[in-house]
Design a protein around this ligand. Structure first.
Ligand code: HEC
Ligand code: HEC
Length: 213
């Protein structure tokens, strides 16, 4: 499998999160991210330098506005490159969540023995007990193969190629389950003709054209 394009952080984020990151502030799922209760550094407005009152600091922000929290290095990556940093994994994960319109806990199981100060359990991100996490790994492998084996070949011979890649969002478009695409009746090449026969002026089907059902 060609993972080379995933080895650069920029490529990894572009491949897997694409427009999602650009379109969100990256903090929509904070309630489900007990380890990251602060806005991400990119999303936070530049803080005033020096002397900002502590109570105005978002939790998790160190004086000076840098996030105190550094995301821990992943320990259980099986599809993504194992040398991704915690920050890179986090950005990809926000892409997953945004692409499916879910929060982190859709795929990641809570650990009832690891409670936050407010009593809610933290998520154990390395844990593999949720089926949706396992499905997501299959989806991730599929998406990588689509791009490496098919999209790259097609775009190599397409003068109009724009370098687009298939992402989770290409199919999911903000839904847990991709929605069925229904071809609008008036545009469907194979769609049934309107009741009463073909539209005015339409040529009758050429001989040999299979009848539309
Ligand atoms: C659609 C399912 C899905 C969603 C939603 C999701 N993740 Fe993940 N997450 C995964 C999968 C799959 C892996 C493992 C990837 C692999 O094996 O290469 C993973 C791995 C991780 C890891 C690395 C764990 C380790 O130590 O190996 C972290 C951290 C993580 N996710 C955080 C998050 C956060 C934070 C969110 C919410 C912003 C989130 N995830 C949302 C599916 C998901
Ligand atoms: C080529 C289209 C396509 C792409 C790309 C794709 N998916 Fe899917 N995904 C599907 C389809 C279709 C289903 C529903 C399969 C079924 O009927 O069970 C699905 C189902 C899922 C489910 C199960 C949802 C549920 O509620 O049971 C998860 C989780 C998921 N995808 C995650 C991802 C992630 C994460 C990515 C990106 C790494 C991704 N998918 C990329 C087509 C796609």
């Amino acid at each position: 499998m060609k993972l080379t394009s995933l080895l650069s952080p920029a490529a990894a984020v572009a491949l897997l999160t694409a427009a999602v990151l650009a379109a969100t502030t990256g903090v929509q799922a904070t309630q489900d991210q007990p380890q990251t209760t602060a806005p991400t550094a990119q999303a936070a407005p530049a803080p005033p330098t020096g002397g900002a009152p502590a109570q105005n600091m978002p939790p998790g922000m160190a004086p000076g506005g840098r996030p105190m929290r550094s995301y821990p290095a992943p320990t259980n990556l099986q599809v993504l490159p194992k040398n991704l940093t915690g920050q890179q994994v986090h950005e990809i994960m926000e892409g997953f969540a945004g692409s499916l319109g879910v929060h982190c806990d859709f795929c990641h199981a809570a650990d009832p023995k690891n409670l936050m100060p407010n009593g809610r359990p933290r998520l154990n991100f390395a844990d593999d007990s949720k089926d949706d996490k396992k499905i997501a790994r299959i989806m991730l492998t599929m998406t990588q193969q689509i791009n490496a084996d098919y999209i790259s070949k097609a775009s190599a011979m397409d003068p109009d190629a724009m370098g687009m890649k298939v992402t989770c969002g290409t199919c999911h478009r903000g839904h847990e389950m991709p929605e069925e695409f229904v071809i609008p009746k008036e545009q469907g090449p194979g769609g049934p003709p309107p009741a009463g026969g073909p539209p005015n002026g339409a040529a009758p089907p050429a001989a040999g054209t299979p009848p539309a059902h």
